[in-house]
Design a protein around this ligand. Structure first.
Ligand code: MG
Length: 156
């Protein structure tokens, strides 16, 4: 059975905030020629193929969510808007703290079981915690890629 909900972390999973986390940037953010910069010139970029993955999951009618523990949720939402990808996400759980909270809320809001969810994140501590709930968790080592997502969709 394919998953009913695929959840992504943001920093170092969907995007690279100029080599750091988005809450380490310096707003205001500015869009220049389709590129996003902070006030110090750091550039935030999506990993290659991110839009393709989101489009594909939308086409497959698989719901998409965000679970981010950033310290600056408003900045993250603004960046999602600037990137023009916010519409893809049915669920947004963006606030600091253990991602166990994020997934308990995702379960309550979606009505899905943890076993129906897949989670991609670059931090082992999040993988460890969320795995214990029964969510299938995949460690992302150098940003999300279509091949990484495909390898888990086709193996189910
Ligand atoms: Mg991360």
């Amino acid at each position: 059975m394919p998953p009913k909900l695929i959840v992504f972390d943001l920093d170092f999973t969907l995007w690279d905030a100029g080599g750091t986390w988005c809450d380490h940037l310096d707003p205001p953010f500015e869009m220049i020629s389709d590129r996003i910069y902070d006030s110090m010139g750091a550039e935030l970029t999506l990993y290659p193929g991110t839009i393709d993955i989101l489009e594909e999951l939308k086409h497959e009618c698989i719901d998409i969510g965000i679970a981010s523990r950033t310290g600056e949720p408003e900045w993250a939402r603004e960046l999602l808007d600037l990137l023009n990808i916010r519409e893809y996400f049915r669920h947004e759980e963006i606030y600091p703290g253990s991602k166990i909270t994020h997934f308990k809320r995702l379960r309550n809001k979606s009505g899905l079981d943890y076993e129906d969810m897949i989670f991609f994140d670059d931090e082992p501590r999040n993988i460890t915690e969320v795995s214990e709930l029964g969510v299938k968790c995949i460690l992302v080592k150098s940003g999300i890629s279509p091949s990484l997502v495909h390898s888990y969709l086709t193996s189910l």
